[in-house]
Design a protein around this ligand. Structure first.
Ligand code: UDP
Length: 331
């Protein structure tokens, strides 16, 4: 199938493009390269350097290709920045998808796959998190994702849009062949920061909070491999044939991993010491987030290949070791 991938030069989108190719689909990427990397897009994949909120530019892309499905990975994802600059977040994460959805529907494309987030749950009422828990985001980033989920529901009703929204837990790792990986600027995520600290390329890792009500006092998260995320997205295509289909899935391994356990995994995999300092809690970090992904497993037949932190870190390490400057090493 021909698939439009909005945000296909970003971390998760670029990995999905390669999984789409591996599954025999034809991805076409649109990305404004604000945070994405041209070098992350697989060779020979048609690439349009446009903002998917630009209706005229998007029109031209839809005029050139007949898409069966649209995937959207193009959101901004810095929680802190969403708090200080909500207009930037609502413009890119809500207004731009409005344009994308309006354009695709106008061109008769009725299937949509959306990157949502566990941040839509806010501080969860119980653990592990199931899809039916109340969604109450605690920052504008999570709110913009929930707003799009709600828009999708409305469009399923009004226009027969069929969609799958995936609520990711902590995306991590890199392509198994080492071809692409995680390269955010600025980088805020635990695993690349811990690896960079171990390599001596970044400052000592700050561990944010050691007094959480968790077994070792640090936050618990559910790290899920980026290629496992992609495989779930592609599995959803087969479920979107009936107009008006609305699907919501958590994607995580269900294994809680503490910050200290993640750091220990980085030390074990790299054979290097991660220098750490202990810092106060980071604002907006819930103590524990981990998924019950039974629904994706049962309905999509999804089974993560990477079930624990060490093999995930191994793939990340392969990438960071080969490309310590990220895509700066690939130009
Ligand atoms: N974390 C940390 N130091 C850092 C970055 C992250 O201690 O420099 C912690 C953070 O408090 C959270 C976990 O690592 O508990 C995962 O954070 P990350 O930013 O990778 O993902 P998030 O859970 O915020 O989406």
């Amino acid at each position: 199938m021909k698939v439009l991938v909005a945000g296909g030069a970003g971390y998760i989108g670029s990995h999905c493009v390669r999984q789409l190719q591996a599954a025999g689909h034809e991805p076409v990427v649109v990305d404004n390269l604000v945070y994405g990397h041209r070098a992350a897009v697989a060779p020979r994949v048609p690439f349009h350097d446009i903002d998917f909120g630009d209706a005229a530019a998007l029109e031209r892309v839809f005029a050139d290709h007949r898409f069966a499905v649209v995937m959207h990975f193009g959101a901004y994802c810095y929680v802190g920045e969403s708090v200080t600059d909500p207009i930037k977040y609502y413009r890119n994460n809500v207004a731009a998808p409005l344009t994308l959805l309006e354009t695709m529907l106008k061109h008769g494309v009725g299937k949509f796959v959306f990157s949502s987030t566990c941040a839509t749950y806010g501080i969860p009422a119980r653990l592990p998190i199931t899809e039916d828990l109340p969604q109450a985001p605690i920052n504008p980033y999570g709110q913009t994702k929930l707003d799009v989920e709600n828009l999708l529901k409305a469009l399923a009703h009004s226009h027969g849009l069929s969609f799958a929204a995936f609520r990711y837990f902590n995306a991590a790792g890199a392509a198994e062949d080492g071809s692409i990986g995680e390269d955010h600027a600025p980088e805020t995520h635990l695993i690349p920061l811990a690896i960079g600290a171990a390599q001596g390329l970044r400052p000592a890792l700050q561990i944010f909070g050691t007094d959480y009500p968790t077994p070792d006092g640090t936050c618990l998260r559910d790290y899920v491999h980026v290629d496992d995320l992609s495989r779930a997205h592609i599995a959803a295509f087969a479920k979107l044939d009936k107009p008006g289909t609305r699907l919501f899935y958590n994607l995580g391994t269900g294994t809680p991993t503490s910050v200290k356990e993640a750091v220990a995994a980085v030390e074990k995999v790299t054979g290097l010491e991660v220098p750490v300092t202990y810092a106060p809690r980071r604002a907006g970090d819930p103590p524990a987030l981990y998924a019950d992904a039974t629904k994706a497993k049962t309905e999509l037949g999804w089974q993560p290949k990477f079930m624990s932190i060490e093999p995930i870190v191994e793939t990340a390490w392969r990438w960071h070791k080969a490309c310590p400057k990220g895509f700066g090493d690939r130009k």
